[in-house]
Design a protein around this ligand. Sequence first.
Ligand SMILES: Nc1ncnc2c1ncn2[C@@H]1O[C@H](COP(=O)(O)OP(=O)(O)OP(=O)(O)O)[C@@H](O)[C@H]1O
Ligand SMILES: [Mg+2]
Length: 373
Amino acid sequence: MDRRPGPSVRLRLTLSYAGFLMLAGALLLAAVWVFLLRYVPERAFIVPGSTGAPITAVFPVRSSLLHVFAPRAAAVLAFLLAFGLVGGWILAGRMLAPLSRVTDATRLAATGSLSHRIRLPGRRDEFRELADAFDTMLARLEAHVGEQRRFAADASHELRTPLAISKAVLDVARADPDRDVGEVLDRLHAVNTRAIDLTEALLLLSRAEQRSFQREDVDLSLVAEEAAETLLPLAEKRGVALETCGEITPVRGSHALLQQLTVNLVHNAIVHNLPEQGLVWVSTDVRADGGAVLTVENTGERVPPELAATLTEPFRRGTERVHSDHAGVGLGLAIVRTIAQAHDGTLTVTPRPVGGLRVTVELPAADPQRADT
Ligand SMILES: Nc1ncnc2c1ncn2[C@@H]1O[C@H](COP(=O)(O)OP(=O)(O)OP(=O)(O)O)[C@@H](O)[C@H]1O
Ligand SMILES: [Mg+2]
């Protein structure tokens, strides 16, 4: 914003200090003056010694007092003014010094340098709190921007992969005209499907991130049941047994997004399971505070805890080959996390000691106001 220059805060504080000092000084002098007036008569009778002579002289005492008092009072006030201005200027400068560091850091951040921190030394006060809050904000911004950059790089890389595979397939087909066209078409179709899946996942992610969806009353247990039903054929094909349980679990949010969240979790539980005789448990529950909990648990290979902590990051895959056509996109859990966060909820991924994962989504109470009334 373009503002007209005004008097600095340091100058204003200095003038306030000096002004108050002058006022206090003037009040004190006025009090002294009133005190003097009360005890000094307007005219004094001077009676000489014990000679018993008649009255010899009468002096105008008050006026002479004023003559003596006024210049000294003025000198005191002038001293107070000078003292107030100099002292105020130094004090205000010292008080405001941390603010200039905050301003410098803000200007630096505005140019795009987010790695800088103020780190104001000293004990906690208003300025330190401001500086610390600013440092925290910078750290979060830096992490966020870094995450976005990584995401953009990963997404570009992922989007390039199917295109590069298509090009390779086409090059090979062109070099060998006798090649089976059907096989080439199948390959291209598979690669194309993967590219569409990836783009759709990216679109879904950005839609959930924008939080621009209608909120409605949703029964999470019903959504979980539907997801299990939809994925039952896949589970059967892979020899995985699905088990669902849960009472009515009301939440408020987007039905479509919550459905996507559940489908992603159940899909993961089925495809990242044991090669045979795998098990999946899907359950929903209402917490004591009215919040909803969706838990999807599955058997499978052991997942190291440090790997489990990173699985929700975009394009993070476990052990499968990353660039085969059949590998997942690697956005399933990132989408789940984003949808959960868009509903003010949380996602927790915990490895089971015997292998497989336990994934929990916690969502806030459907309508806390209504529950209270
Ligand atoms: N229920 C699970 N059990 C074991 N491992 C899992 C489970 N869910 C996810 N993982 C691991 O986490 C990785 C990331 O999962 P995510 O759903 O984000 O991607 P994906 O399943 O590979 O691909 P897609 O985007 O197609 O879902 C998976 O590759 C897998 O290794
Ligand atoms: Mg997945």
